[in-house]
Design a protein around this ligand. Structure first.
Ligand code: SAM
Length: 281
């Protein structure tokens, strides 16, 4: 039986049984693979790293979207960087008050393959009239656009290959330029038990740009190694400290059905373990 062995770390890796290979291609930017695993359903990998699985994608996509959007409470325009599988776009568009969602993905092949092999991820989101899909390098888009956004979600690969630029101070500074005054940026920031340096680097590069820069977390089973962190940047600390009753009423009003996100979890997700707090000092 063929197996997929993840190549993110040298000393430790996870292995998935490949029950059926569905698609494999070297795109212009990365090595794209989609296969079926009996337990996880369909799995997408890029450059040997698991990006998303049908079984656990809801955890990551709900926490990356509903935490900033319910914290903001009044978002109208959202920018997604990366997110080629469409899961983030699907969750963002559930917020009916949103007027415009722009998604900037560098590799059009990822979108095409995800539409075909992971249809449940986008679930029609790419056809939503509020969505505009841009095929471009995220760092060039944020440098050149004259649009402004209430929330920016950077759902990138890890800082290897095309994703590397999305972890630079230049990228964070450009995002700050195109955010509204009380806008929020959240970014995929790795699994700190294995990638603590990524978290420290993000603090060094983003910490000086925003009044309130911290992290929140969720445990995504196939992002191996315990909790993964999302970086948070906002100039209005009140957004992160929204009281539970307000979060609960916003969540109820939205009528969004979730399988992971709850207002209580939203608040709890900002509580960080000592080893992370010490590393950030
Ligand atoms: N949830 C996954 C994770 O946490 O690793 C990432 C999901 S998504 C598949 C990552 C996307 O980022 C990919 O579609 C990749 O093509 C895109 N990407 C990488 N570098 C990029 C860049 N510089 N600009 C825009 N999109 C980029």
């Amino acid at each position: 039986m063929k197996k997929f062995q993840e190549t993110l770390y040298d000393a430790v890796s996870q292995t998935l049984r490949i029950d059926e290979m569905l698609f494999e291609q070297k795109t212009e930017f990365q090595h794209l693979m989609i296969f079926r695993n009996e337990f996880l359903g369909r799995v997408m990998t890029l450059d040997g790293v698991i990006q998303t699985t049908e079984k656990d994608e809801f955890i990551y996509h709900e926490m990356m979207v509903h935490v900033p959007l319910f914290a903001h409470g009044n978002a109208r325009k959202v920018l997604i960087i990366g997110g080629g599988d469409g899961g983030i776009l699907r969750e963002v568009l559930k917020h009916s008050a949103l007027q415009q969602v722009t998604m900037v993905e560098i590799d059009g092949e990822v979108i095409e393959m995800a539409k075909q092999y992971l249809p449940g991820h986008s679930a029609g989101a790419f056809e939503d009239p509020r969505a505009s899909i841009v095929i471009a390098d995220g760092i060039e888009f944020v440098r050149d656009t004259d649009l402004r956004f209430d929330v920016i979600i950077s759902d990138s690969t890890d800082p290897i290959g095309p994703g590397e630029v999305l972890f630079t101070e230049q990228f964070y500074a450009q995002c700050k330029q195109i955010l509204t005054a009380d806008g929020i940026i959240v970014t995929q920031n790795g699994v700190p038990f294995f990638q603590l340096d990524e978290l420290i680097t993000t603090r060094q590069r983003m910490g000086g740009l925003f009044t309130d820069q911290t992290f929140y977390s969720a445990a995504v089973p196939t992002y191996y190694g315990g909790i993964m962190t999302f970086a948070w940047g906002c100039d209005d600390p009140g957004k992160r400290l929204i009281d539970l009753a307000t979060l609960q009423s916003r969540f109820a009003e939205s009528r969004i059905q979730t399988r992971y996100y709850t207002p209580q979890l939203h608040q709890a997700s900002f509580a960080l373990p000592q080893y992370i707090q010490h590393a950030l000092r």
